[in-house]
Write a protein that binds this ligand. Structure first.
Ligand SMILES: Cc1cc2nc3c(=O)[nH]c(=O)nc-3n(C[C@H](O)[C@H](O)[C@H](O)COP(=O)(O)OP(=O)(O)OC[C@H]3O[C@@H](n4cnc5c(N)ncnc54)[C@H](O)[C@@H]3O)c2cc1C
Length: 332
């Protein structure tokens, strides 16, 4: 694991509603050296941001503090700020795999909008953690590189995909991941390399999920292979997804992990016990895909949690299988 020198970062700024942005002009980085972003303004902390605005489910109360970071210096600075003030924090991407609590989050939510991408033309892409994963899937497929075709239907960020080891259609993130750069809770940047065995992942699991000193993922490097069929494959995957999943409704994708070899999928198990269409408050089991729980409007986290509990109980009672959640509940 490589450890880099600490980066200097400007101190954070606190903003009330309507406050003006403090801006400084930074130097542009070259495409072949690590990116420090094209801006170096201080990160701006906001109080009381509604988490429902930051999750695809549209659920969640307010965060005590919120900061959106656009480059690595701002991310490092925000993590250090949280550490110095003994504030718990959560690194967030698109919020497409998170269920926020109705009371919100009693800490700082750090939203990565680090959107830089560097490519060498040979299928190697180094991408900022805030880069949209679906766009990465489309871009790389269009360029004739295979391995991320599945990503075009996943509405998250690169950071979220790496953290979750996102996957679909028989592909998963780890397969094409070469390296991941992250900042730890001390504000040091470090890198994990697959070739050194540091990126051991399994179904929707990555080493980052159990890392006690993880601050946030900064960037990921992918190595893809030339594939003349990549664009057709990506389009096929996306078209099939639109037919089989409620992609235009508010959800967090599949709520439960598939139980594994020899078992039906979680969606099939839920359907088999007759729970499609079950509603609690504003939350409902999708009629199209039973592993999707939909916010039909005004759903609370408590509605979703109740639905999850009913589903688990019924599936366990009727099939003996204990479903486990894939979505991450973020407690207050
Ligand atoms: C319609 C729909 C379809 C979906 N289909 C799929 C699918 O086919 N396959 C699949 O695997 N998933 C799927 N998902 C779930 C979700 O999109 C993925 O898990 C995605 O990778 C999450 O990315 P995100 O940026 O939204 O992560 P978030 O929801 O923002 O975060 C998820 C977790 O990752 C952590 N995290 C996020 N960014 C960082 C960072 N920069 N540093 C450190 N930690 C971070 C968060 O703390 C959190 O614990 C789907 C979701 C929806 C709504």
């Amino acid at each position: 694991m490589a450890v880099n020198a600490r980066q200097s970062a400007p101190p954070p700024t606190f903003l009330g509603a309507g406050a003006k942005t403090r801006k400084k002009v930074g130097s542009l980085c070259s495409s072949c050296s690590p990116s420090f972003g094209s801006e170096d303004q201080a990160p701006e902390f906001v109080r009381g941001k509604l988490l429902s605005e930051l999750s695809t489910w549209g659920i969640g109360g307010a965060a005590r503090l919120f900061v959106e970071v656009r480059n690595r210096e701002q991310l490092v600075s925000s993590i250090r700020h949280c550490r110095e003030h003994n504030l718990k924090f959560l690194a967030l991407g698109k919020g497409s795999n998170c269920l926020f609590d109705d009371r919100g989050f009693d800490g700082c939510v750090i939203l990565s909008r680090i959107n830089d991408m560097h490519e060498n033309g040979c299928g190697r892409y180094r991408v900022g953690s805030g880069y949209p994963f679906n766009l990465l899937g489309i871009h790389t497929s269009k360029q004739g590189f295979g391995g991320l075709e599945f990503a075009s239907g996943i509405p998250g960020t690169v950071g979220g995909a790496v953290f979750m080891n996102a996957g679909a259609d028989g592909q998963e993130t780890i397969e094409v991941l070469e390296a991941v750069e992250f900042v730890d809770t001390n504000g040091q940047t470090r890198e994990l390399l697959k070739k050194q065995g540091e990126l051991a992942c399994s179904y929707r699991k990555s080493p980052f999920q159990g890392m006690p000193d993880l601050g946030a993922i900064l960037s990921a490097t992918f190595q893809l292979q030339p594939c003349p069929l990549s664009r057709d494959r990506q389009r096929d995957y996306l078209a099939r997804r639109k037919q089989t999943q409620p992609v235009n409704e508010r959800s967090a994708g599949c709520v439960f992990r598939n139980p594994g070899k020899g078992c039906q999928s979680a969606g099939a198990l839920i359907e088999a016990v007759g729970l499609k269409g079950l509603r609690i408050g504003g939350a409902k089991v999708s009629e199209l895909h039973a592993n999707f729980l939909i916010n039909t409007g005004g759903a609370k986290a408590s509605d979703v949690l109740s639905l999850i509990s009913v589903i688990k109980d019924r599936v366990r009672a009727e099939s003996g299988i204990q479903l486990e959640q894939e979505v991450r509940y973020i407690p207050y």
